[in-house]
Write a protein that binds this ligand. Structure first.
Ligand code: GLP
Length: 235
């Protein structure tokens, strides 16, 4: 694992953007994208840049089950607002949360096929406080592919800050599996703030265990961890 520590989230996001831009300039065509508060600065920088996305394909990690694309808490909406409206891609894929409410297995199978048809060159990731990647919670098999996940209480609580009440947070999501993520040619994972320090330590220094999904990244041949000093404070 290559580890980059910057003093602030802003500087770490700039470093991540540079790495992403370099990969795109070197020919990356399929980008795996993430949501959450972590990549927001990176996307802001991307929107302000002259980096052209019109020939690129994006594939997002996950979507809440039951939320329509125009629901302002859906990951579809998040991506439109933070990146796609200003930087349209040739094609962009996000799991269909509404369709998944009726047919989670069908939507998962379709999404796996999409990933198979468009192998991911660079996968961007955030990190959950409990070490999750995308919505792959502790205990998820390292062999998992796109599937419906039941969110843990910890994740529902952490993500409730974006909803008016905790009861509005969906209980399940459709999410790329850990095997899909590991198949990406390059991975860039970012984590900021003290609340991520424990997960960062376990991801980098802990044993590789399904109890800490992100620890599997120790086995990936091309992964860069980009963190601020607060997230690095327990290393
Ligand atoms: C969610 C997302 C993850 C994200 C994580 C951390 O559960 N599914 O993709 O990495 O939260 O979120 P944040 O970046 O807001 O800390």
């Amino acid at each position: 694992m290559k580890i980059i520590i910057k003093d602030t989230k802003a500087n770490a996001s700039t470093a991540a953007f540079k790495l992403f831009s370099k990969g795109i300039k070197q020919g990356a065509k399929v980008l795996g994208l993430a949501t959450g508060s972590t990549p927001v600065d990176l996307y802001r920088e991307w929107v302000a840049s002259d980096l052209d996305t019109s020939e690129l394909t994006s594939i997002n990690l996950d979507e809440y089950v039951g939320l329509s694309p125009d629901n302002d808490q859906s990951y579809h909406y998040f991506m439109q607002k933070h990146l796609f409206e200003q930087k349209p891609f040739k094609q962009s894929y996000v799991p269909d949360g509404l369709k998944a409410a009726a047919d989670p297995e069908g939507v998962s199978a379709e999404y796996n096929q999409i990933i198979k048809d468009h192998p991911i060159d660079i996968q961007l990731l955030g990190l959950g406080q409990n070490g999750h990647i995308a919505f792959n919670e502790p205990g998820t098999s390292f062999d998992s592919i796109t599937h419906e996940v039941k969110l843990t209480e910890n994740t529902i609580k952490a993500n409730s800050r974006f909803f008016s009440t905790i009861d509005e947070v969906p209980k399940t999501a459709i999410c790329m599996g850990i095997a899909n993520i590991m198949a990406a040619k390059e991975v860039i994972i970012m984590a900021f703030g003290e609340s991520k320090a424990d997960a960062v330590k376990k991801m980098i220094e802990g044993p590789v265990t399904e109890a800490v999904p992100a620890s599997i990244l120790q086995k990936h041949a091309n992964v860069t961890v980009i963190i601020d000093e607060a997230a690095a404070s327990k290393l």
